[in-house]
Design a binder for this molecule. Structure first.
Ligand SMILES: C[S@@+](CC[C@H](N)C(=O)[O-])C[C@H]1O[C@@H](n2cnc3c(N)ncnc32)[C@H](O)[C@@H]1O
Length: 195
């Protein structure tokens, strides 16, 4: 299966967007609600309809960028008043703007071919500034059907990230939406500077 732009564009065209929960996820809302610095430079890759991005804007965060392969959700975000200058249509792995303080993960990692997981870790590391953080949710289960979504386990995520990030938090989210209760890990990974 080629998980390219065409694949994702079709999913939006056919309205097969089962991942979209229609609002910001409760664990990410709780995390954002305790942030104080609205100047943070934030990236949301594979943002889809971008509920987190809109929520951040509503809370006064102005430096929020979204990147997605598919055009339709970006158009939707634009119509919702999200500034077009902060919307990028393209491949996350080709993104060259760096120095993010914070990158939010919400069902983007699980949408990628698992062969790309090491590349994801390195790209996240590269995009963050020193002490920047990758924060979000990973599924803590294997799916029966061939993905996407592709699942994983706590130990797998630890092994993937531990050489590049300090794993500050990686635990079952206590405040998931009910269909995802006990099925996802909330994490806060802080970039470790490489010597
Ligand atoms: C499962 S959806 C999740 C959307 C959103 N984060 C949510 O939770 O509703 C995955 C999204 O990632 C986008 N995507 C997949 N591969 C991508 C890539 N390499 N670069 C940028 N976006 C990508 C897809 O177009 C899709 O919008």
């Amino acid at each position: 299966m080629n998980l390219n732009k065409q694949f994702w564009e079709n999913r939006y065209k056919e309205e097969r967007t089962g991942w979209d929960i229609g609002t910001i996820s409760t664990p990410l809302k709780a995390f954002i609600d305790q942030l104080e610095n609205t100047q943070l430079k934030i990236l949301i890759p594979g943002a889809g309809y971008g509920h987190e991005a809109l929520y951040l804007r509503s809370k006064g965060f102005k430096n929020v960028t979204v990147i997605d392969l598919a055009e339709q959700p970006l158009q939707h975000l634009k119509k919702s008043g999200f500034p077009p200058t902060h919307l990028k249509q393209g491949n996350f792995f080709d993104l060259d703007e760096k120095d993010y303080d914070l990158i939010l993960e919400q069902t983007f990692f699980c949408a990628l071919n698992p062969k790309l997981r090491s590349k994801y870790v390195l790209k996240m590391h590269d995009l963050l500034n020193d002490k920047g953080k990758l924060v979000g949710l990973f599924f803590n289960l294997e799916f029966e059907k061939d993905g996407p979504p592709f699942g994983g386990s706590k130990i797998e995520y630890e092994l993937l990230f531990k050489d590049f990030f300090d794993l500050r938090v990686l635990e079952t989210a206590y405040n998931s939406i009910s269909p995802r209760a006990n099925k996802e890990l909330f994490f806060i990974f802080e970039k470790r500077k490489q010597n």
